[in-house]
Design a protein around this ligand. Structure first.
Ligand SMILES: [Zn+2]
Length: 57
């Protein structure tokens, strides 16, 4: 089972690697569909993790 923190690390790594390597994202500066999906997964993971560990105010 993957913990929210692991999911956050993995989705962020996947997104950053895509941003580094995707020609389409580099070509016109616009996010491609894959990039949007990865970014959404990353945002979801971030929210999930925030629920498990409330932010310090
Ligand atoms: Zn891309």
């Amino acid at each position: 089972m993957t913990s929210p923190e692991d999911a956050l690390q993995e989705t962020r790594a996947a997104y950053e690697e895509h941003a580094r390597t995707c020609r389409q994202c580099h070509y016109d500066g616009a996010r491609c569909a894959v990039s949007k999906l990865l970014l959404r997964a990353y945002n979801n993971a971030r929210r999930a993790q925030a629920r498990t560990r409330p932010a310090v105010h």
